[in-house]
Design a protein around this ligand. Structure first.
Ligand SMILES: [Zn+2]
Ligand SMILES: [Zn+2]
Length: 305
């Protein structure tokens, strides 16, 4: 799966944000203007238990969505499920009676034609085994900016790797989960490779994993062969091929940069990596690329095999 080889357009998507229809600070029309001005192409409004409908603008495609609660392995384990792209009149379950298990909520989301992603699994205090077996769950949030800003639990990459290691092929988005735009917005996003700029095309790409996630770094080109992964990107301090237990490859920038199964092909004037070749370790269950710039901002591709 390599979205860099597909045709189509790259769309910068904000896939998790709240308005005054739930616990967000801005009314829907102001949130739309905010994300439009911040340079986004797509905004999924994900109010809790509400389908917020706000028209798209010339530059920003708005996709009605919601965020639902589910129990994961016990009533004390509250999981939040994003339902991205809810059709017209979906008869949202009542908050009081509709509080189902993760499996029930995910099945409901899929029945509506929406795309289910599990939000902020680290923030929620979930264990991987509480959700990795859930049929129909498309993926998780690898990064949630609001959860990082508030309690330092924005990074769910360990959950992602545990699931991938055991053969559960999840995709992973990065999102703001914005409640106070300006303070907690435009910090994390998902670059979707869509056939065209339409809600249907964006949702199809999210369902099929044709995207990568970022809090800063940009991937320009990505080539995968049987032996190597080669990437061209904005300047980064490290490029890592995460490929399962004990294995992987990494290039580190700098005078004492330590290359492990990698070769830096190009650097900028500051010695930061702009092109690198990483060796694929043989017979690993999966491999995903992760970039990190000198400010600690990261980008994550979906599993490449
Ligand atoms: Zn949530
Ligand atoms: Zn949220």
């Amino acid at each position: 799966m390599n979205p860099f080889e597909d045709g189509g357009v790259w769309l910068r998507c904000a896939l998790h944000a709240h308005t005054t229809n739930s616990d967000g600070e801005l009314p829907p029309d102001k949130l739309v203007r905010h994300y439009e001005w911040a340079g986004f192409d797509v905004l999924a409004i994900t109010d809790h238990w509400v389908r917020t409908v706000e028209p798209s603008t010339e530059r920003l495609l708005v996709i009605p969505s919601t965020e639902l609660n589910a129990t994961a392995g016990g009533p004390e384990h509250d999981a939040h499920v994003l339902a991205l792209g809810l059709g017209v009149d979906p008869e949202l379950p009542d908050v009081e009676v509709g509080f189902g298990t993760l499996g029930e909520v995910v099945a409901w989301v899929n029945e509506q034609g929406a795309v289910p992603y599990l939000a902020h699994t680290y923030w929620s205090g979930l264990r991987t085994d509480q959700f990795e077996g859930c049929d129909g769950l498309v993926g998780i949030e690898v990064w949630n900016a609001g959860c990082e800003l508030e309690v330092g639990r924005g990074d769910s990459s360990l959950h992602w790797d545990e699931a991938l290691e055991r053969g559960r092929r999840f995709f992973a988005i990065a999102a703001d989960d914005s409640h106070y735009p300006g303070y907690d917005s435009a910090l994390a996003w998902t670059w979707v490779r869509a056939g065209e700029e339409s809600a249907e095309a964006v949702l199809a790409a999210l369902r099929e994993g044709r995207f990568y996630s970022s809090t800063g770094p940009v991937v320009h080109e990505l080539e995968i062969s049987d032996e190597t992964v080669e990437v061209r990107c904005s300047p980064v301090a490290s490029a890592t091929l995460v490929a399962g237990r004990r294995r992987g490859a990494r290039a580190n920038a700098g005078r004492l940069g330590y290359p492990h199964r990698s070769r830096i092909l190009e650097t900028n004037d500051d010695g930061l990596i702009t092109s690198v070749r990483l060796e694929r370790p043989p017979s690993t269950p999966y491999g995903r690329l992760e970039l990190r710039d000198p400010e600690g901002r990261r980008a994550w591709t979906n599993p490449l095999w």
